[in-house]
Design a binder for this molecule. Structure first.
Ligand code: G3I
Length: 374
């Protein structure tokens, strides 16, 4: 149950209102939140408190889960990484090992071992597990994509294969996953249903089918629809708002809207994250920030690192100020292991800790914001 915050909320809200605006320039403070002198005193005291506590300790009183995606190779081979995952976070997401290509590289041969290791690690460390992801258009096994491309797998068989996959995976982890990313990135950057093999072969009804199958396979898991570039008010987020409205009207068992939060300093930030979260809550959904990182054009410098901290802060404060934003997950926490440099040439430094596990301004912002909210 999320703690209702009052005074701390005012302090957090004040921080929201003086954050950088969408262009990244300091926004003129909006005087609609009364100055709370005590918060200034509290903030200095809170700063001291924050310095000595981990993120999961600070998050405890907020009721919001603070999580990270986990690189299983780093978890097994890097003791510092392993220790940080256990001590800083109370929620974990498999960065890759619950994806179809990793679980079933050969048709009919399911390998849950790496994912089971993460679930066991989470249990041993008192952590919850986010499931990622039952359906995506990336990281599909080649037997599937080749079979569809060659025509060996027709629409009827593809639907059966997809249904089986949901029951295989959500069924295997039944009762162990608190939130599933049931479908990932199903709307494209033009705010249209993404043109994938799923839409081409099965039609738009595949989305509702996925949620119904997932709910049958694991009735306790909260079922999410998840995407990037939907953290503020824009056409893509509007398209999700309309899609969720229709799914709810059709009594589809959808419970949550997942905003990945892959931001970039060079793009500036949409400061309307809270309004976006609140409109999905008004539809009856909970929300989560599921994959937050804030990349930058290398090399880092102090203005970029400060802007990065503000990017993390905008999303975190939106989650803390909302009524049903239940988890805030970073997509990795150290620049030592990040997907960004391999995908965005010349960009990186997207995480809370540097490559030597040193705290960056972003970590301090997350820490202090959690301390203020708790
Ligand atoms: O497992 C294979 C391995 O067998 C092979 O030897 C190796 C070399 O080709 O590749 C390994 O697969 C890699 C996989 O990560 C596991 O390490 C893929 O090449 C690589 O492309 C894949 O990257 C992942 C990426 O999704 C794939 O699109 C990143 O680690 C992961 O952070 C990233 O995460 C996604 C989310 O799932 C969805 N939202 C966006 C986010 C960033 O793209």
């Amino acid at each position: 149950m999320k703690v209702t915050r009052v005074v701390a909320g005012a302090a957090v809200a004040a921080a929201v209102l003086v954050s950088l605006n969408a262009t990244g320039a300091p926004a003129a403070p909006v005087a609609s939140v009364p100055a709370v002198p005590g918060a200034i005193l509290q903030e200095s005291a809170t700063q001291v408190a924050a310095d000595s506590k981990t993120l999961r300790e600070l998050a405890k009183r907020t009721g919001m889960k603070i999580g990270t995606a986990v690189d299983m190779s780093a978890l097994a081979n890097d003791a510092t990484y392993n220790d940080k995952v256990a001590t800083e976070f109370n929620s974990v997401t498999a960065e890759n090992v619950m994806k179809w290509s990793e679980i079933e590289p050969t048709r009919g041969v399911l390998n849950f071992a790496p994912a089971d290791q993460l679930v066991a690690y989470a249990k041993a460390n008192g952590q919850s597990v986010r499931g990622h992801t039952l359906l995506w258009h990336n990281q599909l096994p080649t037997w599937l994509t080749d079979g569809v491309a060659s025509g060996d797998i027709d629409a009827t068989e593809l639907r059966q294969i997809l249904k089986q996959h949901v029951f295989d995976v959500a069924g295997h982890f039944r009762g162990k996953i608190y939130q599933w990313d049931v479908v990932n990135e199903v709307i494209d950057d033009n705010a249209q249903l993404r043109d994938t093999i799923w839409l081409q072969k099965l039609g738009p009804g595949y989305i509702a089918d996925m949620f119904r199958w997932a709910h049958q396979a694991d009735p306790k898991a909260k079922l999410y629809i998840n995407d990037y570039n939907v953290e503020g008010l824009n056409a893509k987020a509007d398209a999700y708002y309309a899609l969720v409205q229709q799914l709810k009207a059709d009594r589809v068992p959808i419970h949550g809207f997942g905003m990945q939060g892959h931001l970039g300093v060079q793009f500036g930030f949409d400061g309307r994250a809270l309004q976006n979260v609140q409109r999905f809550e008004a539809l009856g959904l909970e929300t989560s920030f599921t994959e937050v990182d804030v990349r930058m054009v290398m090399p880092p410098d102090n203005p970029k690192l400060q802007a990065q901290a503000n990017g993390y802060g905008i999303l975190l404060r939106a989650c803390l100020l909302a009524k049903r934003c239940t988890s805030f997950t970073v997509w990795g926490f150290t620049d030592k292991y990040s997907w960004v440099p391999g995908v965005f040439t010349g960009q990186g430094a997207a995480n809370l800790l540097d490559e030597n596990y040193g705290q960056k301004p972003a970590y301090q912002t997350v820490s202090q914001t959690l301390a203020l909210a708790g």
